[in-house]
Design a protein around this ligand. Structure first.
Ligand code: NAP
Length: 290
């Protein structure tokens, strides 16, 4: 079994981006600028946004974090998005999800100018991705494709089962893997909470990508010998032995599954850093497109 090391892969990507930023700056131009809107004080979201800002620092991007109270109205958030859409200094921005329940996530995503939608969530960008046109690819699926690319994992002709069909992970993952590209050209099945015979289906996968948010859901008996297993899941569970008081748990029972796989990601240092690296790639693209 080989562990897919998202930490070192993302480090390589950041170094590549930092080189480009150095060139931009040496030409006397301003660096790319990413903004993030954070609504409320969910600990995990605060942590993700802080890490994204730190990544920006590392590669030489400018970054701005806009923190808004959980109680803000939907209109206040939409007004802030309109400001960022119009702000010439900002190349791209994200609205950290999930949002408080009184705010309609779809409305928010639709309000983002597709040219600045570096998360790749807007219908225009999802549509372009589906058609294979230039666009911002959804950060998490693109990060996983980058792992396949850099580890030279063959996807062509393989049966890939994507567990989970969310708009931000499962669905775009399935689209990217099924396209006529390299990596790509896989035969893809999307599974979800209504799928029957899930265990057998998962066992038929050469590549199993799990994004359901259910801790240690995938066990060894659901995995084919020699399969590639990608664990997207990240759920915070209380753990008094940790200084932070919690630990992240993935959707895959790593200890039982690892010995059956050819490649596997771990909940930390796996998909998460690759997602953040994709966001940087999209921000650089947004800067270059302007
Ligand atoms: P989501 O929007 O809640 O979607 C979950 C999907 O899993 C749904 O399609 C759901 O099916 C399916 N599902 C739930 N229970 C299932 C079951 N028992 N069997 C089969 N399918 C089941 O979640 P998400 O936003 O895609 O995120 C999934 C996980 O990935 C979460 O833990 C999240 O924190 C993590 N995540 C990590 C990163 C990263 O960078 N590492 C990025 C994004 C998300 P239905 O559609 O039928 O309800």
């Amino acid at each position: 079994m080989q562990l897919l090391d998202g930490t070192s892969c993302s480090q390589q990507i950041r170094q590549e981006i930092a080189k480009e930023v150095d060139e931009i700056k040496s030409n006397g131009d301003r660096p790319p600028h990413l903004a993030a809107i954070l609504v409320g004080n969910d600990g995990a979201s605060q942590n993700y946004v802080a890490m994204k800002a730190r990544d920006c620092d590392e590669v030489g991007f400018a970054s701005t974090v806009i923190s808004m109270k959980a109680a803000i109205s939907e209109k206040e958030l939409l007004d802030k998005i309109a400001d960022l859409n119009a702000d010439n200094d900002i190349d791209g921005f994200i609205v950290q999800l999930p949002l408080p329940a009184h705010i309609d996530e779809h409305k928010v995503i639709l309000a983002i100018d597709p040219k600045k939608d570096v998360d790749g969530f807007c219908p225009e960008n999802v549509g372009n991705m589906s058609l294979g046109l230039p666009t911002y690819l959804s950060a998490t699926p693109n990060g996983i494709m980058e792992l396949f690319r850099r580890y030279k994992i063959e996807t062509e002709g393989k049966h890939c089962v994507v567990l989970g069909r969310s708009n931000i992970v499962g669905t775009p993952m399935a689209i990217l893997l099924s396209r006529n590209t390299a990596p790509g050209n896989a035969t893809v099945t999307i599974a979800h909470s209504r799928t029957e015979g899930l265990k057998e289906l998962c066992r038929s996968a050469d590549i199993l990508i799990v994004a359901i948010g259910k801790t240690e859901f995938v066990t060894a008996d659901m995995v084919k010998e020699g399969a590639v297993v990608i664990d997207v899941g990240q759920t915070r569970v209380q753990d008094s032995s940790k200084k932070s008081g919690f630990r992240n748990v993935g959707d895959v029972d790593f200890e039982s599954v690892k010995n059956k796989c050819s490649y596997i990601t771990y909940v930390t240092g796996g998909v998460g850093p690759m997602t953040r690296a994709s966001l940087l790639q999209n921000t650089l693209k947004a800067y270059q497109r302007r």
